[in-house]
Design a protein around this ligand. Structure first.
Ligand SMILES: *Cc1c(COP(=O)(O)O)cnc(C)c1O
Length: 371
């Protein structure tokens, strides 16, 4: 049996007719940029997230850059984020000229440890970017409390968490702004790049609309220097078809995760594995199902031998990346994130994954610990 980490082909085949039709409609309309599909997707996602605005952009990285600009973050400012995430979460802070400040992570959810947050706040701190890693929500109650107390902006990096909830509120809708990525492998993935910012703040939304279009509100009149960051109509049309299935697919991911949780519990009880942690206040959407184990290498080899894909998320925390050497962090500074990077292993968990495949994967995991 060959089992991929994610089966985009199976998903496409399950909705092929609607996807193909949506693409052909765009071709037929010959409206490729800034058209009705993008506008409709913005309205649908704003309604879904319960936010006043949604602004489509070219990718999830741009969504963060533009949200940071709209929050007036720039040179001299510090922005606190997690070291255990995809590079873009912090790269974007540096890209607007600000300084990323990393806080260690919570050993249960692998999201920023809110109890360490206040120690990192200085007079230069302007914002916090909590990342809802693997679709598990950060402790937004505490993040918002700290942010309010210190007058900080909060930009949720919800690239991996569209549809997740925290105390009934959708990921992205709790902070000043929230960002999504429609990279093909994300829970709502296009067939190319795409991204979005959601916000309840009229000024932030307006600013991002201007920035994404060369700093212009009216064509050929530019009030500032901006960017070219747009979601094209073909991607928007594809995403609108897939968006109709998002809740169902997220529920299916949760169901697969629950099956793993049950089947792997004995190994976790014996201390051989750490299963993905949960926050009872949150509805997680399992962008990835990430185990932690000291036997990662043996597990990965055994899975590979049987044609089962697995992957390391993430091999190196951001504070130890060469690109951030200038920040001066040392090994040992953020021990929980560093340990997670030596233990984390994602196993297949996607809506189309069959129960027999999960059972096969679990069997391989047990065989490693029994040998
Ligand atoms: C994917 C991702 C991004 C970047 O999104 P792109 O669309 O690839 O630019 C940012 N943050 C996190 C946590 C991500 O997983």
């Amino acid at each position: 049996m060959s089992i991929p980490l994610l089966d985009l082909k199976a998903q496409y085949l399950s909705i092929k007719e609607d996807i193909d039709k949506a693409i052909l409609n765009v071709l037929d309309s010959c409206k490729f940029i800034f058209g009705p599909e993008m506008k409709a997707l913005e309205d649908e996602i704003a309604a879904y997230c319960g936010t006043k605005h949604a602004v489509a952009v070219a990718n999830g990285t741009d969504a963060l850059v533009l949200a940071l600009h709209a929050c007036k973050i720039g040179p001299g400012d510090e922005v606190i984020t997690s070291p255990f995430t995809f590079f873009a979460s912090a790269e974007t802070i540096a890209n607007v000229g600000a300084t990323p400040v990393f806080v260690d992570i919570d050993p249960v959810t692998l999201n920023i440890d809110v109890d360490l947050l206040e120690k990192k706040i200085t007079s230069r701190t302007k914002a916090i970017i909590p990342v809802h890693i693997f679709g598990q929500m950060a402790d937004m109650e505490k993040v918002m409390k700290v942010a309010e107390k210190h007058h900080l902006k909060v930009i949720e990096d919800a690239a991996q968490a569209i549809g997740a909830e925290y105390m009934g509120q959708k990921a992205g809708s709790i902070g000043d702004a929230g960002t999504f990525s429609f990279f093909p492998t994300k829970n709502l993935g296009g067939y190319g790049d795409g991204g979005m910012v959601v916000t309840n703040d009229d000024q932030i939304a307006e600013k991002i609309r201007i920035l994404r279009f060369h700093g212009s509100k009216n064509k050929y009149y530019h009030q500032e220097v901006g960017f070219n960051s747009r979601l094209d109509e073909i991607q928007a049309a594809i995403l609108r078809v897939k968006f109709r299935y998002l809740n169902q697919w997220n529920a299916a991911r949760r169901n697969k995760a629950e099956i793993y949780d049950q089947l792997l519990k004995p190994l976790a009880d014996e201390g051989k594995l750490i299963l993905p942690g949960k926050d009872p206040r949150a509805y997680a959407v399992y962008h990835l199902y990430v185990l932690r184990t000291d036997e990662r290498e043996r597990l990965a080899m055994a899975l590979d031998e049987r044609g089962i894909a697995c992957a390391i998320y993430y091999p190196l925390p951001l504070h130890l990346q060469n690109a951030f050497a200038y920040l001066g962090y040392q090994t040992g500074d953020l021990p929980v994130a560093e340990e997670a990077c030596t233990q984390a292993l994602a196993i297949p968990c996607y809506p189309e994954l069959a129960l027999e495949a999960q059972e096969e994967i679990v069997k391989v995991l047990y065989s490693v610990f029994e040998s």
